[in-house]
Design a protein around this ligand. Structure first.
Ligand SMILES: OC[C@H]1O[C@](O)(CO)[C@@H](O)[C@@H]1O
Length: 395
C-alpha cells in the first residue's frame, strides 16, 4: 500500500470518526443553534454543493442546527451526492448546479467545492437569489469578490465565507487582552501553520490553489483580526515539491506555491509575519487537538501572549505581563466553537437577524493579501493594499 493510500485511509477514518461523534453529541454541536429549539425558529433551507471530504464535517453540524434544514446536495460525481444524501437523510440530490438551482427551492448555498470553483458557483447562485456560505476563498481576487458583494446587494442576499477563526472564544480572549492594554503597545506578531500537504485532491496544488488560500488564510485572518487591516504586504513564496502523488490520480505537477512567508504592516508601528506551507513536517499532522505549542504569538511593550494549538481549533491563550510575568492560561473552554460552524452560524443569522463576527469584507481583505503576496514574490517589492474591514472585530 502506498503512503498516499495510507494517508487517505487515515483521513477518511478520522473524518468518519469526527462525523459520527458530531452526530452523537447534539449538545456539543452548537450552543447557539441548540438554544432556540423551544421557539421552533424559522429554518433556512440549505443546499450543499460539493460532497467531498469537507462535507463530512459540515453536514453533521448543519443536521443538528435548529435554524437550518438541508434540502439538497449536489456534486458533479453523482455517487458522492447520493452517498451524502443517504447518510444525512437529505431529500434531494443533483449532479449539477443548474439542476440544483432550478430544483427544490432553497435560501442558502453552502459551497464546499474545489477552491478554483468557488467564485464562479457563488456568482451563479447569487444571480439566482441565494445567500452564500463559501469555503475559503469566496473569490480568487479582491476585484472579483467586490463584484460578488455588489451583485449580492442588488439581489438582496448576503455572502459570507470561511474561515471563522474570529468566532472562537480564544480569539475574543486575545482581542480583549489587547484592547484592555494588558500587553502595552503592540509591536509584533507571528503565526504559522503547515503540514506535509493533503493527498486527496489535486486542486490544492493547481493554479488558484496553494498553501496560502488553504492554510495561510487562517493565520492571516487571525492576525488582521487582532492587529487590524494591513496596509501593505511583502512576501516570498516558493514551490518546494514540484510534483505530488494524489490519491486516485497519481503524479501531478504542482503549479501553486507550497511555501510562503508573508510580512504585514498594520499601521501604528504594528508589524506581523505568517509562515505557511505544504512542506512543514508536523508531528501533529492536520489534527488540531494534539498541537499544544503557541502557533500565534503577540508581543507588546508590557506583555506577550500565545495561542495554544491552531487558530482554527484553539485550545487556550497564555498571557504574561509585566505585572504577572508567569504565563496565565485563559479561554480553555471552546464553548461549542468548531471550525465547521460557519454555515450553521449564518443560517442562524439569516433566521434571527444576528450578525456574526466574521464578515465578507474581512475575507476579501485576506484574499487581497494573498494575491499581493504573490505579486510581491513576482516583482520583488512591497505591495500596498486598498481594502479594509470593520475593526476591531470584537468590541
Ligand atoms: O490542507 C488540507 C486541509 O487540512 C486542514 O489543514 C485541516 O483539516 C485544513 O485546514 C485544510 O484545508
Amino acid at each position: 500500500m502506498s503512503t498516499a493510500e495510507v494517508n487517505r485511509r487515515q483521513f477518511l477514518e478520522q473524518a468518519t470518526a469526527v462525523s459520527a461523534a458530531a452526530v452523537a453529541s447534539a449538545a456539543t454541536v452548537s450552543a447557539s443553534c441548540a438554544a432556540a429549539a423551544a421557539d421552533a425558529p424559522r429554518r433556512i433551507r440549505v443546499g450543499v454543493i460539493g460532497c467531498g471530504s469537507v462535507s463530512g464535517r459540515y453536514l453533521p453540524h448543519l443536521s443538528e442546527c435548529t435554524y437550518a434544514e438541508v434540502v439538497s446536495v449536489c456534486d458533479i460525481i453523482p455517487e458522492r451526492a447520493g452517498a451524502r444524501a443517504k447518510e444525512f437523510r437529505v431529500p434531494h440530490e443533483y449532479p449539477h448546479i443548474d439542476a440544483m438551482l432550478s430544483g427544490v427551492p432553497f435560501d442558502l448555498l453552502v459551497n464546499l467545492t474545489d477552491m478554483q470553483e468557488h467564485e464562479r458557483l457563488n456568482r451563479q447562485a447569487i444571480e439566482a437569489g441565494k445567500h452564500i456560505w463559501s469555503e475559503k476563498p469566496i473569490a480568487n481576487s479582491l476585484a472579483a469578490g467586490q463584484e460578488l458583494l455588489r451583485l449580492a446587494k442588488g439581489k438582496g442576499v448576503r455572502v459570507w465565507g470561511a474561515p471563522v477563526v474570529v468566532a472562537s472564544p480564544q480569539f475574543s480572549a486575545m482581542a480583549r487582552a489587547i484592547a484592555a492594554g494588558e500587553l502595552g503597545a503592540i509591536a509584533s506578531a507571528k503565526a504559522d501553520y503547515g503540514h506535509t500537504g493533503p493527498d486527496w485532491s489535486a486542486f490544492f496544488y493547481k493554479e488558484g490553489g496553494g498553501s496560502l488560500p488553504d492554510l495561510g488564510v487562517y493565520n492571516l485572518s487571525t492576525l488582521t483580526g487582532l492587529l487590524g487591516p494591513a496596509k501593505s504586504v511583502t512576501a516570498m513564496t516558493s514551490i518546494v515539491t514540484p510534483t505530488r502523488n494524489i490519491y486516485e490520480k497519481g503524479k501531478i505537477k504542482v503549479e501553486a506555491e507550497d511555501n510562503a512567508l508573508v510580512l504585514l504592516d498594520h499601521g501604528d508601528a504594528k508589524i506581523s509575519c505568517v509562515q505557511c506551507g505544504f512542506n512543514f513536517f508536523n508531528p501533529h499532522g492536520h489534527e488540531g487537538k494534539s498541537e499544544s505549542r503557541h502557533t500565534v504569538s503577540i508581543y507588546g511593550s508590557r506583555g506577550s501572549m500565545g495561542l495554544v494549538g491552531y487558530d482554527w481549533e484553539p485550545l487556550g491563550v497564555d498571557v504574561a505581563t509585566e505585572a504577572r510575568p508567569e504565563y496565565e492560561r485563559r479561554a480553555t473552554d471552546a464553548k461549542g466553537y468548531v471550525w465547521q460552524q460557519g454555515a450553521s452560524e449564518v443560517a442562524e443569522c439569516l433566521a434571527t437577524g444576528k450578525e456574526p463576527l466574521f464578515t465578507a469584507e474581512h475575507a476579501l481583505h485576506v484574499v487581497e493579501i494573498m494575491t499581493a503576496a504573490r505579486e510581491s514574490q513576482r516583482e520583488g517589492r512591497r505591495i500596498p493594499l486598498t481594502s479594509t474591514f470593520k475593526w476591531p472585530v470584537v468590541t
